[in-house]
Design a protein around this ligand. Structure first.
Ligand code: FPP
Length: 251
């Protein structure tokens, strides 16, 4: 059995199980180089591969990447089309890699509104990798926390109407089971690049207790070393979940 978080000694538990990244700064990086915005995204796709390697090397089992938000449809058509092309190429290129490295792919978001070709590639990758347990790559595509909650509430209301769910018994665990991320643990660490301090409608419920790390580095320049710096910062933090420091010490 390969070494997973469960098999690591307890001293290594400072490694976050789930890291979620808001990959920001592609456009500004491109402008700084005098290049078109899409070139920033193309270089950003290279950073995605580096982040996936880093997650594996450092023992992070779940990596969720904010690749396309529900708001991103408002960008110029040329940029949206360019992003979809990059995504398609990434999915075609990475299919074999995901299989070889036994990485499970998951999509979080309203993926049925994506171009059909991308839906097909995502469905195939999800199906072919669904049995892999050690590492998960989740792509947040056409994702927004508010639409996620709306989708969950609609499904819950339908279940209540059909009599299969008792509204009086609705608790967070039940609501959680209707989220796109239902089969993943909550993120322990959210990283945002490019010096912004916003969550931008990303995993708002799931990140309720997550540690947040920001760096001024633009996403296309984000390397394994930057990933490691975020993990080191996380390891030095104390997570209290509403308890006092004394309670945690005596636990
Ligand atoms: C934010 O930078 C980034 C995005 C909106 C898209 C992220 C996409 C990629 C990293 C590449 C494709 C993804 C995959 C999975 C292959 P921005 O454009 O908002 O940057 P700016 O704020 O500097 O303009």
């Amino acid at each position: 059995m390969s070494e997973t978080l469960e098999t690591l000694p307890s001293t290594d538990r400072k490694v976050p199980q789930h890291v979620a990244i808001i990959m920001d700064g592609n456009g500004r990086w491109a402008r700084k180089q005098g290049l078109p915005r899409i070139e920033g995204h193309r270089r950003g796709a290279e950073s995605v591969k580096r982040a996936l390697n880093a997650a594996r090397d450092f023992g992070v089992r779940y990596l969720t990447l904010y690749a396309f938000s529900v708001e991103n449809w408002n960008r110029p058509k040329e940029e949206v089309d360019g992003l979809m092309k990059l995504l398609e190429r990434f999915l075609v290129d990475q299919h074999k890699e995901l299989m070889k490295r036994k990485i499970r792919l998951r999509v979080v978001g309203r993926y049925r509104e994506l171009p059909v070709r991308i839906q097909e590639l995502l469905q195939r990758a999800e199906a072919d990798t669904s049995d892999f347990k050690d590492q998960t790559l989740a792509l947040a595509l056409n994702y927004g926390s508010r639409t996620e909650v709306v989708d969950a509430m609609q499904a819950i209301a339908r279940a209540a109407q059909a009599g299969t769910l008792d509204p009086e018994k609705l608790d967070y665990e039940t609501l959680r089971s209707y989220l796109y991320t239902k089969d993943m643990p909550d993120p322990d660490l959210v990283i945002r690049t490019s010096g912004e301090y916003r969550l931008s409608n990303f995993l708002m419920l799931q990140a309720a207790y997550a540690e947040i790390y920001t760096t001024s580095v633009f996403w296309p320049e984000f390397t394994e070393a930057h990933f490691k710096a975020a993990l080191d910062d996380y390891a030095a933090r104390e997570r209290r979940y509403g308890k006092t420091a004394e309670q945690l010490q005596n636990a």
